[in-house]
Design a protein around this ligand. Structure first.
Ligand code: HEM
Length: 180
């Protein structure tokens, strides 16, 4: 996994719980890195170990940590790292989400060993958007948090519900997004 996600975990912990908490997380996760470079590849296991350690240090459930991460990541780590995409990829949460398949393909095109998530979309007449997510990593809880984070960024209160999930045997995860 590219460092962009791990960088977000570090920034979230430092902002919410302080530098000492981050040191504890690093220690528990047996993570040697002092910081993460956004385009460098780190083992997926590092991300998992960090998330588990954040749950332990914060006392929060995995679901809460991953959703909090997603919300934080969009308005902080991602906006600072990719300001151009945030300017160009849409004026509303819907437009932005509809561009995410293209953006991930483009951003990772020249990055060796990248495995970006892929999205297919279904739009309904009542305005709901169904996002079908495929990934080797199955990070659908993070995805739900990131979608909510996109809403926060655009000042729109979104609702998300996962209607089917790879972890329960489905071929892909499907997240239904409702807009205000
Ligand atoms: C301009 C905004 C964004 C950029 C430039 C960006 C870029 C990236 C990059 C470089 C990765 C690492 C891929 C790899 O390791 O191969 C990643 C991972 C990921 N991104 Fe984004 N991203 C953006 C916004 C979003 C948004 C809005 C969503 C959700 C709708 C999203 C969902 C994810 C997920 C779930 C992953 C984890 C990888 C996986 O599921 O396999 N990203 N992104």
């Amino acid at each position: 996994m590219k460092g962009i996600i791990n960088k977000g975990i570090q920034e979230l912990v430092e902002a919410k719980f302080g530098a000492q908490a981050w040191e504890k997380v690093r220690e528990l996760a047996k993570c040697e890195e002092l910081f993460f470079s956004v385009s460098e590849d780190y083992p997926d296991q590092t991300t998992q170990n960090l998330v588990t350690a954040v749950c332990e240090v914060s006392g929060l459930s995995l679901e809460t940590v991953l959703l909090d991460f997603g919300k934080f990541w969009v308005s902080n780590t991602a906006v600072e790292t990719y300001p151009t995409f945030f300017k160009l990829a849409g004026k509303t949460a819907r437009e932005f989400l509809l561009n995410m398949d293209r953006v991930h393909k483009q951003v990772t095109k020249n990055i060796h060993n990248a495995k970006p998530p892929s999205f297919e979309y279904e739009e309904f007449p009542d305005g709901r958007l169904l996002m079908h997510y495929r990934s080797e990593r199955g990070l659908c809880t993070i995805l739900r948090g990131i979608i909510l984070g996109v809403g926060v960024f655009f000042n729109e209160e979104l609702q998300v519900e996962e209607t089917s999930c790879m972890h329960n045997g489905a071929p892909r995860c499907s997240i239904e997004v409702s807009f205000p």
